[in-house]
Design a protein around this ligand. Structure first.
Ligand SMILES: NC(=O)c1ccc[n+]([C@@H]2O[C@H](COP(=O)([O-])OP(=O)(O)OC[C@H]3O[C@@H](n4cnc5c(N)ncnc54)[C@H](OP(=O)(O)O)[C@@H]3O)[C@@H](O)[C@H]2O)c1
Length: 336
């Protein structure tokens, strides 16, 4: 399967390492032979229609900070030129999420789908701003648009709700969908101030370069948009979310919650309304996870409430979700 990879940061590099280390069993177990024919980062690109050497790609990025130096004839092809001119079956979009105009990911995804390529995106920006129209475009062009890694990282939250609860009617859900804010709130419950807890999270590399994405609830809201569209069939985008972040949570709020055996958590919920906001959650509720963990509880008409807990981020975890999407695409293509 020929792949173009947009973005070669934490997730992109984890993915090619995973392809490299698992190449034998991916082929023997699933018949999947991923062939990365093009990669680009913000500074340039590497192309080879017969397939790029994956460990050389990682080494080049490490040495030069860009994949552009992969071959002696440095490639000056832009991402869009690559998508238009290089033949591939799947685009994997891993550039940074942006909730203002969703670029550059939005243009990558639209260009690829119009060209008849299937798309896997771990970039939440385009889905948060345009989920309904992107799904329409995928249907119109008869391609698959997959996005397992956008919610829950490697934890198969979307797949669980969509496939394991098949036939059920999910009536509501609520969850902790942002590990960074959960880490900060968990540390505040041990007595740290918001500022100290934030500093600690920044030192550990948990906070996005634009801290507002975590602290003001935008990342959680983007995931809520994806869940609401995919699981509940709602046609919503980011402005439809009533969103409050954690900047105003004080140690007093946390102590007050403790008195009633509760913790303050940033909860994204869909129960008639779509809301992201700090809320008190009982310490006995399985949803009440600590640290960087994510958790989500789905309530359905017949099977009650089930809670899924797992790591919501991480390069290898997210790469494994891309692999799941790729295997789904492989399986669907195989049916033709
Ligand atoms: N990391 C996680 O655990 C995780 C989990 C779930 C979802 N995600 C999502 O996955 C995406 C990638 O995350 P990441 O952690 O891999 O981010 P990252 O390390 O910052 O990598 C982003 C990549 O995008 C490239 N890029 C930025 N602007 C570009 C442009 N205009 N054209 C081409 N490439 C461009 C960057 O290029 P340079 O290398 O040249 O800077 C970099 O290679 C994000 O949307 C994130 O929200 C991440």
């Amino acid at each position: 399967m020929r792949i173009i990879l947009c973005g070669f940061g934490v997730v992109g590099q984890s993915l090619v390492k995973l392809f490299d280390s698992r190449s034998d069993d991916l082929y023997s177990k699933y018949g999947l032979k991923p062939r990365v024919v093009g990669v680009f980062d913000s500074k340039g690109s590497a192309v080879n229609s017969s397939g790029l050497n994956l460990s050389k790609l990682v080494d080049t990025k490490k040495k030069f900070g860009t994949v552009k130096n992969y071959s002696k004839n440095q490639n000056s092809m832009s991402g869009i030129e690559m998508l238009k001119n290089i033949e591939a079956d799947v685009l994997i979009e891993t550039t940074a999420s942006n909730y203002k105009d969703a670029e550059p990911g939005m243009t990558h995804i639209i260009t690829a789908m119009k060209k008849g390529m299937h798309v896997i995106s771990v970039n939440k920006g385009p889905l948060a701003l345009a989920f309904p129209s992107l799904m329409e475009l995928a249907t119109y062009n008869q391609v698959m648009l997959k996005f397992s890694g956008t919610v829950g990282g490697g934890t198969p939250i979307l797949d669980y709700a969509k496939n394991s609860l098949k036939g059920e009617r999910i009536t509501s859900f609520s969850g902790i969908l942002n590990g960074t804010t959960n880490y900060i709130l968990s540390n505040m419950s041990t007595g740290l101030s918001f500022e100290s807890a934030l500093k600690d999270a920044q030192e550990k590399g948990y906070v996005e370069a634009d801290e507002s994405l975590d602290l003001d609830g935008l990342d959680a809201a983007a995931k809520l948009v994806i869940l609401a569209n995919w699981i509940m069939g709602m046609k919503v985008t980011l402005p439809d979310i009533d969103c409050t972040g954690i900047r105003k949570v004080t140690t007093e709020d946390i102590k007050k919650a403790e008195k009633s055996n509760c913790s303050v958590k940033l909860i994204a919920s869909c129960n008639k309304k779509l809301v992201v906001s700090p809320k008190e959650v009982s310490n006995d509720d399985p949803l009440c996870v600590n640290g960087t963990l994510n958790a989500i509880a789905f309530t359905s008409e017949h099977s009650g409430t089930q809670t899924i807990i797992g790591r919501g981020a991480g390069g290898t975890e997210t790469a494994s979700s891309i692999l799941r999407d790729l295997l789904d695409i492989r399986q669907e293509i195989g049916k033709d």
